[in-house]
Design a protein around this ligand. Structure first.
Ligand code: PEP
Length: 252
């Protein structure tokens, strides 16, 4: 039985004032939620401040990116996984489509970051997903399989016991267009079947989140699909009531 996991990706949003309001709201509602793991992923610069505002003991902190280099060094503007860990991060979002498309991160760079995170004991939330063109031209499954394979080739299937996968169709991220529960389920089942070819036990255990315009009004139906184990939430994670309603939809 997989425990659902909901993570909030704040992207490059927030200020000390808005984070205090948001986290105060999360703290107040956290005791209403059970049966789901929860994380919030603030911008790197606000991780420490967010931790100080957070009193809920069932909400964990994650980062949104790390350097490929495992150690500190002359890498201007970068933050290492050890630095995030030092600030209390247990998770890190890797391979988000915004990093892939805007910053040109390749499958092999993402695989390296997954390896570095795992070595440090920080759980990667590995984002994979197709564009609308890829879906419409019938190459969706091969795109997703290639994104997975790039990481599997570097860390191996056994490591996926400690990797969270976030299936995020790029056409559904921040657009208000959600994949239908059936569309999402179909891809989640495909991802699990790809892993099962290598190790059925790992495939059965791996948490696969859905991400892409999840809101309180569509979360219940999405999360009731058999292979959807919670969500990676962008816009709706910036509102305490919405985010907690989504967490509640994933829980018991
Ligand atoms: C995301 O950024 O990972 C995401 C899913 O965003 P949104 O929920 O806003 O679509």
């Amino acid at each position: 039985m997989r425990k659902p996991f909901v993570a909030g990706n704040w992207k490059m949003h927030g200020s000390k004032a808005s984070i205090l309001t948001l986290v105060t709201g999360l703290n107040a509602k956290s005791s209403e939620i059970s049966g789901v793991d929860i994380a919030i992923c603030p911008p790197t610069i606000y991780i420490d401040y967010t931790s100080h505002c957070l009193s809920a003991d069932n909400i964990f902190i994650g980062g949104q990116n790390i350097a490929e280099e495992p150690d500190q060094g002359a890498f201007t503007g970068e933050s290492s996984v050890e630095m995030l860990k030092d600030l209390g991060c247990q998770y890190v979002v890797l391979g988000h489509s915004e990093r892939r498309t805007i910053y040109g991160e390749s499958d092999s760079q993402i695989a390296q970051k997954v390896k570095v995170a795992m070595k440090a004991g920080v759980t990667p939330i590995l984002c994979i997903g197709e564009t609308l063109e890829e879906r419409q031209s019938g190459v969706m499954e091969s795109v997703i399989a290639a994104q997975l394979k790039a990481v599997l080739d570097v860390v191996g299937i056994a490591a996926f016991e400690s990797v969270v996968i976030a299936y995020e169709p790029i056409w559904a991220i921040g657009t208000g267009v959600t994949a239908s529960p059936a569309q999402a389920q179909e891809v989640h089942a495909f991802i699990r079947s790809e892993l099962a070819v290598l190790d059925s036990t790992v495939a059965e255990k791996v948490i696969i989140q859905y991400g892409g315009s999840v809101k309180p009004n569509n979360a219940v139906e999405l999360f009731s699909q058999p292979d959807i184990d919670g969500g990676l939430i962008g816009g709706a994670s910036l509102d305490a009531n919405d985010f907690m309603a989504i967490c509640k939809a994933a829980g018991v």
